[in-house]
Design a protein around this ligand. Structure first.
Ligand code: NI
Length: 169
């Protein structure tokens, strides 16, 4: 496995629509393994292939149990409710915005061997599904919020929402 370089906002690769994966081969598995290692090192909860310069419909999400979910050619097939909260991105280091997303989503995707599956989750993980799948169509969360928070606004948000920042075991 290897750590890949995460591209940052301003790189045109982040605005491209990614192509579907058609071959579920060793090369894909290496990409997925590298992405998991890169995500772990960066300390995030999700990473999309375009963020490491690969324009393919591949992303990974770490769920609330700490498990890495690999999504190949994912599609959101169901949405329920709404949540508004803080969102960040490894391609926009150190900055955050307030974004409204569905509270619960259902995703259909393929696994690393091409087998279709469906997965449903809520709260932070649902937000993460939306965020990562957005990357595959060239969207950053900044497309869905009016501005990036200033340091003062971020401090205020953290003060007002302490429950969102409790450390998980
Ligand atoms: Ni992101």
């Amino acid at each position: 496995m290897a750590i890949r370089k995460i591209v940052e906002r301003g790189d045109p690769v982040l605005q491209k629509v990614c192509r579907p994966v058609t071959e579920f081969n060793k090369r894909l598995h290496i990409l997925l393994d590298d992405m998991a290692e890169t995500l772990e090192k960066a300390g995030g909860v999700g990473l999309a292939a375009p963020q490491v310069g690969i324009l393919r419909r591949v992303c990974i999400v770490e769920d609330s149990e700490g498990e890495i979910i690999e999504l190949i050619n994912p599609e959101i097939i169901g949405e329920e409710g709404e949540q508004t909260g803080l969102e960040g991105c490894l391609s926009i280091p150190g900055r955050y915005g307030i974004v409204t997303r569905p509270y619960r989503v259902r995703v259909r995707a393929q696994d690393r061997d091409g087998v279709f599956f469906e997965i449903e989750d809520e709260s932070v993980t649902a937000r993460c599904f939306c965020h990562e799948i957005g990357h595959l169509d060239g969207h950053l969360y900044t497309d869905y919020c009016d501005h990036l928070l200033t340091d003062e606004e971020l401090d205020q948000y953290i003060k007002d929402h302490p429950e969102e920042f409790e450390e998980d075991e």
